[in-house]
Design a binder for this molecule. Structure first.
Ligand code: SF4
Length: 114
């Protein structure tokens, strides 16, 4: 990080259904080790939020992004569990969730640990 540069602030949104069985270790491990979809970040990057969509239809995303904007959120990762299509039923609300994030003016990265 250059002097006075602001650290990148990252949040992860994940599937509420999957969160019943997953504590999120894979996402945090990938962030802490700067692997997979986090590999572009430097040491100074911070994960400032980790939350679920709130359940279908993903309505929590809008509310929490609004709150996180005041904490200088830069980028939201869609968790890998939200993007699964083969081993798990595809999220029916993904496009709406993406639009919510885009409309909030926050960058989206597709995926976390795989
Ligand atoms: S909206 Fe998508 S990500 Fe959220 S609980 Fe439903 S299937 Fe999971």
């Amino acid at each position: 990080m250059t002097e006075n540069a602001k650290p990148v602030k990252v949040a992860v949104v994940r599937c509420d259904i999957v969160s019943e069985a997953c504590p999120g270790v894979g996402c945090f491990k990938a962030f802490n080790e700067r692997k997979s979809h986090f590999k572009a970040y430097g040491e100074e990057a911070q994960i400032i939020a980790f939350f679920t969509c709130g359940g279908c239809s993903g309505r929590r995303v809008y509310r929490l992004l609004k709150a996180l904007k005041s904490h200088d959120l830069d980028v939201v990762h869609l968790s890998s569990c939200m993007l699964m299509q083969d081993s798990y039923p595809k999220c029916p609300n993904l496009d709406a969730i993406r639009k919510t994030i885009q409309d909030a003016g926050i960058k989206i990265v597709e995926g976390t640990h795989h």
